[in-house]
Write a protein that binds this ligand. Structure first.
Ligand code: DAH
Length: 339
């Protein structure tokens, strides 16, 4: 009997449990009416009279120890629950829905990455600008229509403070304080005073490219543009350059790519021409280099500018420009797989 009591004593001392049900099972095992300790009390009457005193004491001690142990286990469990505010940290978590990147950010980064592979680095400038950086330094005539109230948002007149109408202003900002070689790509938001519709908005996004060094030629420009078009729209893409006019480039051109929807065969998107226009470009006008303090007898350069919305439309066929700024989650979630 004494051996059995000592064995149970040891067993009970080393009990552990991490759940309320486990503790209850232990209580039943040892302390309930049919439990092991009660069984010993039942056997007590068979103990020889001279041992009764000693065994009785040991039995009572065992019962007290077991009761204390069960209470201690219960307390430890409720402390642990308090620590975690009653939350079961072992449960699996609910899945968190992930956000998606904005299609314009995806396309902007893709364009910048392609030019980065050609050695271009990113430059940025302010959206609130002055006349010099947006117009005068870029060879715009005093009476150029782009300066008109109808196109430009003016914040203040004389001296003019305005919202930039293109990212070409960043060209000037960089050239003013950097001598060539300059090879930059400038993404940013621009503003024009236009009525908002599916095809026009009062703000949109552009990327400007500029490369100025000794011996930069139109052939370098064409090579960079072809590389860009193939990387962006696929290796079968063809380009064509049409003569155009911009005040800050001479000669100037507009670039078309073979329509990436019909492969150049002609469809409603390319108005059955097989070509779609994607950017403006040209050789930097010597007047612009000189206005920024760069010697046009030593250096030449090329520049290019494109609308990010336009490129995004071509890649993802977004029919309405307004979708880009409405933050409709159903639209944004369509680009989940795009990055
Ligand atoms: N700044 C022009 C625009 O907003 C785009 C552009 C055309 C930029 C030709 C250039 C360029 O650098 O060479 O329409």
């Amino acid at each position: 009997m004494i051996d059995k009591i000592n064995q149970l004593k040891k067993e009970i001392e080393s009990l552990t449990a991490s759940k309320a049900e486990e503790i209850e099972a232990l209580r039943i095992k040892y302390l309930s009416k049919k439990g092991e300790i009660s069984a010993l009390f039942n056997d007590f009457r068979n103990v020889a009279a001279e041992s009764k005193r000693e065994v009785g004491q040991l039995l009572n001690e065992l019962k007290n120890n077991a009761t204390e142990k069960i209470n201690a286990l219960r307390e430890a469990l409720s402390d642990a629950a308090d620590e975690n505010n009653g939350i079961d940290l072992t449960r699996t978590a609910y899945p968190q829905p992930l956000g998606t990147r904005h299609p314009l950010s995806i396309v902007r980064d893709e364009i910048c990455d392609i030019f980065a592979r050609l050695g271009f680095s990113i430059a940025e400038g302010p959206e609130v600008e002055d006349d010099w950086h947006v117009f005068s330094s870029l060879n715009f005539a005093e009476d150029h229509p782009a300066r008109d109230m109808q196109d430009t948002f003016f914040i203040q007149r004389s001296p003019d403070v305005l919202l930039r109408t293109h990212t070409s202003s960043v060209q000037t900002r960089v050239m003013e304080h950097t001598q060539p070689p300059i090879r930059i790509i400038c993404p940013g938001r621009v503003y024009r005073n236009e009525a908002i519709s599916a095809r026009a908005h009062c703000f949109f996004h552009q990327i400007e490219g500029l490369y100025v060094d000794k011996n930069v030629t139109f052939a370098d420009l064409k090579q960079a543009l072809l590389f860009f078009a193939k990387e962006m729209f696929g290796s079968d893409t063809k380009i064509r350059l049409r003569p155009s006019y911009f005040p800050f480039t001479e000669p100037s051109a507009e670039m078309d790519i073979s329509c990436n929807l019909c492969g150049g065969k002609g469809c409603s998107f390319c108005k059955h021409t097989g070509w779609v226009e994607i950017l403006g470009c040209g050789m930097v006008d010597p007047n612009v280099l000189e206005a920024c303090g760069i010697d046009s007898k030593i250096y030449t350069g090329y520049a290019l500018g494109m609308g990010i919305e336009r490129i995004t439309n071509l890649k993802y066929q977004v029919k309405d420009l307004r979708l880009f700024s409405e933050n409709d989650q159903r639209f944004l979630e369509e680009f989940q797989a795009a990055h």
